[in-house]
Design a protein around this ligand. Structure first.
Ligand code: GDP
Ligand code: GDP
Length: 453
């Protein structure tokens, strides 16, 4: 039920996010108890505050989707990062460093009724070094009488301290206006390519690449980029499939039977690699009637390492009998495990069996490849995952996962900020759960971890 509640919270995505834009990130930084969470809740317009009158109260979520004056941004509350207040100065500064790395701008909160402390000064040094824009909030200025207290914060050298009362909402409008003044605009996700999608049709010799290309294109294929010269020139062909144009890259090697001279394997492998690099999605053609070969697995790995989408096409299905079919499934299970996320089609270039399934598989793979998970959604998902299955303790310490962001798509790349090393097993676990939650069929995904001890 809890998952359902969180899902529905994101059911109506923010406009910008829905339009495929990447939202700028604002990190709220400051010492414990200065009012960061109160301010975050104020900005989000939430009454059901997470705040309790206990310093360092446990908070599960750190990133939220926020909006002010029609502009969307992601708000990161670093308050929840600190659950233990020993060695405070260093910790707060470290936290600020981490937040700054993940953010486009920083909202630095100081308690005006207390004034600046050494910890605040340490944070200021970190903020200065980062060069990121900073807005300074002088919090707990609950009425005009205490406004003078805010003025003392000029000494931090961060410009004008903006007096606010997170508790009563006083001054928060002006504060948010200042924030929008320094926050960059949402930026488009990696630009969607124009023109036909680029496919590399790859596979070892004799699996049926040339037959498949002929079956798909018939006589209607259009050869493009045919440069005069040697037989090794790459040639792209535009082929219409499912009512759309697709660009098959480097088809020259498929069309021409290259003689098996010494070194041919090496060149074939270079050519395969080059085709994969140029493509967005690879169709790895396999001969279902024969045992999987070392080379099949090598090409699958090549696609994964190049970070391209992948479709597995098992050709010559017309030759399969029951026994071979059973064997094949076992080989796939054993040898193609690392790319088990790839959609699969069982086809025959000769009989044209199931060729119409190729386009939906390509679409699935490309869609997974281009997926972008909104920061708020990613972090609520991770919060739940970590709460249910915390990372294993290492060297007596429990690493904490602070915040995650999808740094890129095509293919999806995630960066997780933590307080300690995450074991490979746990990283794989996160990847598996990410795939279950968000799909990513047909695409490799990468997960890197930034550790602050
Ligand atoms: P955090 O640790 O920085 O996230 O601080 P909290 O948001 O948990 O707030 C710490 C305490 O300060 C809580 O008791 C809040 O009610 C109180 N507080 C926060 N903002 C204000 C404010 O603007 N005025 C006053 N008087 N108290 C505040
Ligand atoms: P390439 O080297 O990967 O381009 O493979 P080719 O297209 O030249 O095919 C190699 C051999 O496999 C040829 O004899 C084809 O007729 C045969 N072949 C290709 N596709 C099929 C298929 O779906 N079924 C059967 N039975 N034979 C096929």
């Amino acid at each position: 039920a809890e998952t359902d509640a969180l899902r529905s919270e994101y059911a109506d995505d923010l406009d910008d996010e829905a339009a495929g834009l990447v939202l700028p990130v604002l990190a709220v930084v400051g010492r414990p108890n200065v009012g960061k969470s109160t301010l975050v809740n104020r900005i989000l317009g939430r009454r059901e505050a997470v705040v309790e009158d206990v310093p360092g109260v446990t908070r599960d979520r750190v990133a939220y989707d926020a909006q002010w004056n029609g502009r969307d941004f992601t708000l990161v509350d670093t308050g929840g990062w600190e659950r233990d207040v020993t060695g405070l100065d260093a910790r707060v500064a470290e936290q600020a460093e981490l937040a700054v790395e993940a953010a486009d701008a920083v909202l630095f909160v100081v308690d005006a009724t207390i004034g600046t402390t050494d910890t605040d000064e340490a944070v200021v040094r970190v903020l200065r070094r980062s060069g990121k824009p900073v807005v300074l909030a002088a919090n707990k200025v609950d009425n005009a009488r205490t406004e003078a207290e805010a003025a003392s914060l000029w000494s931090l050298g961060l410009g004008e301290p903006l007096p606010v009362s997170a508790l009563h909402g006083r001054g928060t409008g002006d504060l948010l206006d200042a924030v929008l003044g320094v926050l960059p605009q949402p930026r488009p996700a990696e630009s969607a390519p124009s023109g036909p999608r680029r496919i590399a049709l790859v596979g070892r010799p004799n699996v049926g690449k040339s037959s498949l290309l002929n079956a798909l294109a018939g006589e209607e294929r259009v050869v493009v980029d045919a440069t005069a010269g040697t037989t090794r020139d790459p040639v792209d062909e535009i082929v219409e499939l499912g009512g759309r144009d697709w660009r098959f890259v480097d088809t020259a090697g498929i069309r021409r039977r290259v003689h098996l001279t010494s070194g041919a394997d090496y060149y074939a492998s270079l050519r395969t690699r080059a085709a994969i690099e140029k493509a967005e999605v690879a169709v790895l053609l396999l001969d279902a009637s024969e045992p999987l070969a070392e080379q099949d697995i090598r090409i699958a790995t090549m696609v994964e390492e190049a970070g391209r989408a992948l479709v597995l096409a098992f050709n010559k299905w017309d030759l399969l009998d029951e026994d071979r079919h059973e064997l094949l499934e076992r080989e796939v299970e054993r040898d193609l495990g690392p790319v088990r996320w790839a959609p699969r089609v069982n086809i025959s270039a000769n009989t044209k069996r199931h060729l119409e399934r190729l386009v939906p598989a390509l679409d699935t793979a490309l869609q997974g490849w281009e997926t972008r998970v909104p920061t708020g959604r990613l972090n609520s998902f991770l919060g739940q995952l970590v709460a249910a299955t915390p990372p294993p303790v290492r060297g007596g310490k429990q690493p904490k996962i602070l915040f995650a962001t999808q740094a890129a798509s095509r293919p999806p790349r995630f960066v997780i900020f933590t307080t300690g090393f995450l074991e490979a097993g746990y990283r794989r676990f996160i990847e598996r759960r990410l795939r279950e939650e968000f799909g990513f069929a047909g695409t490799p995904i990468s997960l890197s971890v930034r550790v602050r001890e």
